[in-house]
Design a protein around this ligand. Structure first.
Ligand code: ZN
Length: 259
């Protein structure tokens, strides 16, 4: 059940793009086409083998081409990739459409476990408020997407807020060690506390975001049906055995008498 539709929409920190008037921007198609010679260079060596699978025609890619080379090109054609990832929803007509990251094993009936979330880094030293530093600092938490406006403009004290892509199936880090070598050769450092904002839950059973497997109604329903089927099967089996033993009773009485 997606109760979050229409609510809790993350505001894009760079939502207002400022005044673009007077700036001639290439169209989306032109921008993609400009990339094509580069893309073709990268994909011209893609190897596609034709064959059959279970008696039907099939094409086979190497895993490297399928998961890496081709997927890379797909990301390149998505202009403004990071800008889009700042949003949880986009409005298409009247309907809010949820944005999920595309992966090579995408299936429309399943939701990916990789989601962009906001994290807060507490007590981040002032001189580390640089994107080159912050994005590397959080690499064990997830893939850094971008800072929020206050972090970008350093207007929120020592708390940095960053959008990071995390995998909901992986354990969540709540601290990062910030270590440094002192001039006398000794080492020192301290922990940076990491706080997560609104991390969606993920159900391993139905592969959907929004609830945990322990709260999954689909799982409870399926298990109930399974138990009912098993009971039904048991009853049918018992009634068959009963019928069979009734049919054989006469014969058994005879054999017992002979013994
Ligand atoms: Zn579920």
């Amino acid at each position: 059940m997606k109760t979050t539709v229409g609510k809790n929409r993350a505001m894009a920190p760079y939502g207002s793009r400022g005044n673009d008037q007077g700036v001639s921007k290439p169209s989306f198609v032109a921008a993609v086409q400009a990339k094509l010679p580069v893309l073709n260079d990268g994909t011209s060596s893609i190897e596609i083998r034709h064959g059959t699978y279970l008696g039907k025609p099939a094409v086979f890619f190497t895993a490297q081409d399928y998961f890496v080379t081709l997927a890379q090109d797909c990301k390149l054609t998505l202009k403004d990739y990071n800008h889009i990832l700042f949003k949880e929803y986009v409005d298409i007509g009247e309907a809010p459409m949820k944005i999920l990251e595309w992966t090579t094993d995408f299936r429309p009936e399943e939701e990916t476990s990789i989601v962009p979330v906001w994290i807060l880094i507490h007590q981040l030293p002032w001189h580390l408020f640089r994107w080159q530093v912050i994005s590397k600092l959080v690499s064990d938490v997830g893939v850094a997407v971008g800072p929020d406006q206050a972090t970008y403009s350093k207007s929120r004290g020592n708390i940095a807020k960053i959008k990071v892509e995390i995998d909901l199936l992986k354990p969540r880090l709540d601290q990062i060690w910030l270590g440094f070598n002192l001039l006398d050769g000794t080492e020192d450092g301290r922990w940076l506390e990491i706080e997560y904002e609104k991390v969606p839950s993920y159900c391993l059973y139905c592969k959907l975001q929004g609830h945990l497997e322990s709260q999954c109604r689909n799982k409870i329903r399926d298990e109930r049906v399974k138990v009912q089927r098993e009971e039904q099967y048991k009853r049918e089996k018992e009634s068959k055995i009963e019928k069979k033993s009734n049919d054989e009773e006469g014969y058994q009485i005879v054999t017992r008498k002979r013994g």
